[in-house]
Design a protein around this ligand. Structure first.
Ligand code: PEP
Ligand code: CO
Length: 447
């Protein structure tokens, strides 16, 4: 059972691009291999420590960002907007949970997507499916849909640019969120919760100002925040190219991201993705859908976390509002019985995707919230800890999900639907979601 960064190649690899020229793929992989890493092993180690704390209930994880980042959005406004909503949501959660919040973006590398079909047919033309900007282009021509390995290089570079900007912003006072103009609550006007949202923000502002004046720390320290990155570890040649040994630590690190996760479609026990990830020192996420069984999960944990290491595994459950109360308890029971210290977080997006009669992929705010609320309850009833949440969201004013205080309807979806894959919460919906979770967390007895 020896592992190497390329031992996945002897296993069946699903969801991979079919490149016309393998030589060109090897050349790109070699180039990426020589580039500096995007993150460092000590950051990765720090995140593992943070996740271990969250698993013990000492902190709360907020993971969020695009379903699929696009190369076009590698520009200042969208990146700053994503960071801003992540920061604001995290402040709302810190305040409600009375615990530190670990911020993890689906960002700086979330460029590859699993698809339900390998091909797409329009009329009498059939072409390879769009698999994310790391692989091919969204346009429906043979040129655009043919996987191009150079896009991996472009993706690595854009991830680096994105991360560089994030690091500069988070280091330079961007987190200084007590300015009133930072919080746009206009969407809540007229909603029955408007006042309660105002109070939450007011009280966050007060706390920030209070700490700053009493502790006299209106300085670098209070403004600097950590933001970690994550993406689905899907395109294996790319992930392999970013996997390295470092000078003073044993093992291999995937230094394209802090937290890679294994998606639901690639979690086969004997598959290439499980083989690849088992050898990494990074903490690992695993998506857990309604089809997951206790036995499958137990074996995944044996393979991916043989030492039951604190912080190693984050189980991201995404069952759907209609299934979570029925399906989750068995898995919680099985994992507890094995004595495993995993971190559980809830992705209330992916089990609640639906298609409108007009053929648009969407999600209802109320279903997303319902899955979250049920999840908190199921965990509490089973003596388990829901240690975080995972959202597909953007800092922009898109219209992709239905509902929320502004009451977006099916008819609004066409107005500003930008996602190429799954529908995201927009700025207002994401902030409102954080407020709803806050109301929920505050009702919980403090553990
Ligand atoms: C995703 O997170 O975008 C995704 C594809 O999720 P899942 O593997 O849970 O379907
Ligand atoms: Co998605």
């Amino acid at each position: 059972m020896t592992w190497s960064p390329d031992s996945w190649r002897s296993r069946p690899a699903t969801q991979q691009a079919q490149y016309p020229d393998e030589g060109a793929v090897r050349a790109v992989v070699e180039q990426i291999r020589r580039l500096p890493p995007l993150v460092t092993s000590w950051e990765v180690e720090a995140l593992r420590g943070e996740l271990a704390k969250a698993a013990r209930g000492e902190s709360f994880v907020l993971q969020g960002g695009d379903c699929a980042e696009s190369f076009d959005d590698c520009s200042p406004e969208p990146v700053a907007a994503k960071l801003k909503i992540l920061m604001q949501m995290s402040l709302v959660l810190v305040h409600a949970a009375r615990k530190p919040v670990v911020r993890i973006g689906r960002i700086a590398g979330q460029y590859a997507k699993p698809r339900s079909a390998d091909h797409e047919t329009r009329g009498d033309v059939t072409l390879p499916a769009y698999r994310g900007d790391l692989v091919n282009q969204d346009g429906f021509t043979p040129e655009e849909r043919t996987p191009d390995p150079v896009l991996m290089l472009r993706g690595y570079e854009r991830a680096a640019l994105t991360l560089n900007f994030i690091r500069a912003l988070t280091d330079g006072g961007f987190a200084d969120l007590h300015h009133p103009e930072y919080w746009d609550l206009s969407f809540a006007k007229g909603s029955p919760h408007a006042e309660s949202y105002e109070r939450i923000v007011e009280s966050i502002r007060d706390s920030v100002n209070f700490v700053a004046s009493v502790a006299n720390v209106d300085t670098h320290l209070m403004r600097r925040v950590d933001v970690y990155t994550s993406h689905e570890g899907l395109a294996l040649p790319y992930e392999e190219a970013a996997t390295r040994v470092v000078p003073r630590r044993p093992g291999h690190y995937n230094l394209s991201t802090h937290l890679p996760w294994i998606g639901m479609r690639t979690a086969q026990l004997d598959g290439a993705h499980v083989e690849f990830h088992r050898g990494l020192r990074n903490p690992l996420g695993i998506k857990v859908g309604a089809a997951m069984t206790s036995d499958w999960l137990a074996r995944l944990l044996d393979v991916l976390d043989p030492d039951n290491e604190p912080g190693r595994i984050t189980l991201i459950h995404r069952m759907g509002a209609a299934h979570v109360t029925k399906k989750l308890p068995e898995l919680l029971g099985a994992v507890a019985k094995l004595g495993r210290q995993v971190l559980w977080i809830c992705d209330p997006m992916h089990g609640n995707t639906e298609t409108t009669p007009g053929g648009i992929k969407t999600r209802h705010f109320d279903n997303i919230l319902s899955e979250l609320e049920q999840s908190f309850t199921v965990h509490r009833d089973h003596g388990s800890e829901l240690g975080g949440v995972h959202f597909e969201m953007t800092g922009e004013d898109v219209t992709e999900c239905i509902g929320g205080a502004r009451g977006l309807t099916e008819g609004d979806l066409e107005r500003a639907y930008k996602s190429r894959v799954d529908p995201r919460l927009n700025y207002e919906q994401a902030l409102e979601m954080a407020m709803k979770i806050a109301q929920h967390l505050r009702k919980r007895p403090n553990r």
